[in-house]
Design a binder for this molecule. Structure first.
Ligand code: NAD
Length: 552
């Protein structure tokens, strides 16, 4: 009956309201968030169980999805479900303060951790790609990356444009699940925006969810719109259908130099993500199946061409940065030797936040009622009245963000703040001020949960970029602390072989047990970011360690 109503492949719908379907709220929370990842409004392609980020899935097959649901519906408080690359493989005996689900996705012994080996296993049905929050069931739609993208663009504005992005043109590629946050983040930051995607359906989805203002298939029309808007200092966003390489080539010919230039095509996956220059979407889909090796060669060459144009625009003055999709590495493999002359966004703009234990804290209202998010927003504003940056962000988000699936909120919070926020939400649930429990999680792209030398840990002060003991310690700390589900993945946003990262979700269900778990997990998790950066020699992290009394 439950499957018929909520999980009749490919139609997945998270139950809403205060009624339990599982045996406890911890399992119910995992169940609802799993279904939320796959629901139509949230997932990029529910038929293939693809949530976002190229082939980032929530479960390996529809049968596995069904089995996961069946197990969650009957899971007791002294049991935990084991999920191996999207397949439920067993239960272990645990206890009420242990995670209810233990997830490992796409992990391979390092020597074999290549796309080639992974794809072979995937074709044989032995693995799936977990991306970051796809396989760990805490993807919340494009909003999940919105604030991070906004913070990045705003930091770029502060550093290079005196904090004012009006009359500035930002150009990028890729308007998919995550890349689709760029237009709204750019306009909130005050810039004029041009985004290019080969797939018109992706741009239409951003129009429907109000992330982008206009769409066109015509380069001249897009150019006219953005140049006029830039001239007038109007923050509008335009989505242009096309190949990003071709559009950059035309901008160069027309002597148009964007003020800011980046990219979020799914370059991390040269077979299932990036579409080679010169191929239609249909031709790309056929070639991918008939000759993946030839596809890869074409994709790498196209990325080299694309990055070549980026480098030329950089020389002409565009502030150019890599946006976490490993485009530089694959462009280099495709023949662009200078690809790494483009800096990465973390060392440029985000690391100072990581040193404060700040990162993409997020929460979802299991009631399904947007009013519950409004209540949490207000409560946070009261809790941190001095944090005007956060209050400004919440007000912008309330006005501009359309919810996808279960109502949710992203808000970067740091050490100390996350714990206070979690306990406050638990109190709201306990007192019935919200109608059902609140799920609290984060992206794996956080201060202490990733090893990714071309992204989160690029250019670490002590050279420890590739050391992945840290995300493993993060996983262990969150498991021991009592998160409601935890995950460890390989690959994420930069692809197989290039990163390892841990995820966690913890549920505020209004109980004393939840208070204890929240207090531990939401202390330990950002503390890992401070330990990681203090150990690498960052002075602000060392100061923060002292400020928060961490035992270094
Ligand atoms: P996605 O697969 O949902 O979207 C990628 C988009 O790129 C698609 O819409 C596709 O049509 C488009 N595309 C592919 N080739 C193109 C080309 N040649 N020209 C124009 N458009 C093209 O992926 P996503 O979730 O949006 O993620 C985008 C990338 O960013 C991924 O590599 C992902 O791993 C990475 N990522 C970065 C961050 C970050 O914080 N910076 C976070 C998450 C993901």
């Amino acid at each position: 009956e439950f499957i018929q109503k909520y999980a009749n492949h490919p139609t997945y719908i998270p139950p809403r309201g205060p009624q339990l379907h599982a045996r406890n709220w911890q399992a119910e929370a995992a169940l609802r968030m799993f279904l939320n990842n796959l629901t139509d409004e949230v997932a990029e392609d529910p038929k293939r169980l693809v949530v976002y980020g190229g082939i980032g899935q929530a479960a390996r097959t529809p049968e596995d999805a069904r089995k996961i649901i069946e197990v969650l519906l009957t899971l007791e408080e002294d049991e935990s479900l084991l999920v191996q690359s999207g397949k439920p493989v067993g239960k272990v005996r645990t206890h009420p303060e242990a995670p209810r689900v233990l997830i490992a996705n796409s992990n391979l012994v390092p020597h074999w951790a290549t796309w080639e080996h992974f794809n072979e296993l995937r074709e044989r049905g032995l693995m799936m790609y977990g991306q970051m929050t796809a396989g760990s069931w805490i993807y919340i739609g494009t909003q999940g990356i919105l604030q991070g993208t906004y913070e990045t663009f705003a930091a770029c504005g502060r550093i290079h444009f005196n904090g004012d992005l009006r009359h500035k043109l930002l150009v990028t590629g890729g308007l998919g699940g995550m890349g689709g946050a760029q237009p709204l983040a750019a306009t909130i930051a005050g810039a004029t925006f041009l985004g290019v995607d080969v797939d018109p359906e992706r741009i239409k989805k951003r129009l429907e969810t109000r992330y982008i203002d206009r769409m066109t298939y015509n380069y001249e029309e897009a150019k006219k719109w953005v140049l006029e808007a830039k001239e007038q200092g109007e923050a509008i966003s335009v989505g242009l259908v096309g190949d990003i390489g071709d559009v950059l080539e035309r901008l160069l010919k027309d002597n148009i130099t964007p003020d800011i230039l980046t990219d979020q095509t799914s370059a991390h996956d040269p077979i299932n993500g990036y579409v080679p220059n010169g191929l239609s979407l249909e031709e790309a889909a056929l070639l991918r199946l008939s000759d993946p090796a030839a596809y890869k060669v074409q994709a790498l060459q196209s990325m080299a061409r694309h990055v070549g144009f980026m480098l030329e625009l950089q020389r002409r003055g565009s502030r150019t940065f890599d946006y976490g999709n490993n485009l530089r590495e694959f462009a280099k493999q495709g023949g662009e030797a200078d690809a790494f002359n483009i800096p990465g966004f973390v060392p440029e703009y985000v690391r100072p936040l990581f040193c404060e234990g700040k990162g993409p804290f997020r929460w979802a209202a299991l009631s399904g009622d947007p009013e519950d998010i409004r209540v949490t927003d207000e409560a946070l504003k009261e809790l941190f009245p001095e944090n005007t940056h956060m209050i400004n962000w919440l007000e912008q988000a309330e006005e501009k963000v359309a919810f996808q699936g279960l109502p949710c909120r992203i808000c970067w919070l740091g050490m100390g703040e996350r714990e206070k926020a979690g306990l406050l939400f638990n109190q709201l649930v306990r007192e019935g001020k919200v109608k059902a429990p609140i799920v609290i999680g984060r992206d794996h792209l956080d201060c202490g949960s990733v090893a990714s030398p071309y992204r989160e840990t690029e250019g670490m002060k002590d050279g420890s970029d590739a050391v992945s003991d840290w995300p493993l310690l993060n996983l262990m700390a969150n498991t021991a602390g009592g998160a409601t589900w935890v995950s460890f993945h390989h690959g994420g946003g930069v692809g197989m072989g290039y990163s390892q990262h841990a995820g966690m979700v913890v549920v505020a269900d209004g109980t004393d047990r939840a208070d204890r778990c929240l207090q531990r997990v939401l202390y330990n998790d950002p503390a890992m970011g401070i330990y990681r950066h203090a150990d690498a020699g960052y002075e602000t992290a060392q100061e923060n360690a002292r400020k928060f009394g961490l035992t270094l």
